[in-house]
Design a protein. Structure first.
Length: 202
């Protein structure tokens, strides 16, 4: 007479365990992160005197696509861009404020990175090595661009689950670039710091 109650108890336990497992969020499988935000972009020319610095507030975009190698550890491609409209130009002690809103300084990067999530807090750290390029545009036309260079990206953020696979949150990203051209003075050290809103599917 005890068999039905035992079977019922086992089924209930199995169902509860399955529900608990479903409710626990894990970063695995396909990974997509999109980030937009604002920050500050600064490019300093090297090997020139007096010092030349181009700088200004920027809009930033970041996209990462990859796959979790193990739970919470993700390998991904990275696509990053920052654009500073009407940047100011500092030459030595003189600063020339940007006057034309159509003119912007742009920084682009593409590379390979990793992200690790600390669970269950859902806080992440990320890093990437990239190829980078600096350019100046006037409206839709590119009027100057550098040779490709190297870059390092570091990120940190916190997300909150809004569904089984989607998380929304905030983050910060630091991007460093070194663009060298030995044949000319078109060599730059680039720094951009941004605060972003982030949406992640994983």
């Amino acid at each position: 007479m005890r068999y039905p109650s035992i079977i019922a108890a086992m089924l209930f336990t199995a169902t509860a365990a399955s529900a608990q497992e479903y409710d626990e969020h894990v970063h695995d499988g396909f990974y997509l992160r999109l980030q937009v935000g604002g920050g500050y972009l600064r490019a300093k020319a090297t090997d020139v005197s007096p010092e030349v610095v181009v700088k200004g507030g920027s809009g930033n975009f970041n996209a990462e696509i990859g796959f979790a190698l193990i739970n919470n550890f993700i390998l991904h491609a990275k696509f990053y861009g920052a654009s500073a409209p009407s940047p100011s130009v500092q030459v030595g002690d003189l600063t020339f404020e940007g006057q034309d809103s159509d003119v912007s300084m742009n920084y682009a990067a593409v590379g390979l990175g990793v992200t690790y999530y600390f669970m269950p807090a859902n806080i992440y750290l990320s890093g990437a090595l990239t190829y980078t390029q600096l350019s100046v545009s006037d409206g839709d036309e590119t009027v100057a661009e550098s040779e490709p260079g190297g870059g390092l990206h570091l990120g940190v953020g916190k997300e909150w689950w809004v569904s089984k696979n989607w998380g929304l949150g905030i983050g910060a990203e630091l991007a460093l670039g070194r663009i060298s051209n030995e044949r000319s003075n078109d060599s730059w050290n680039v720094t951009t710091l941004s605060l972003v809103f982030t949406a992640t599917y994983n």
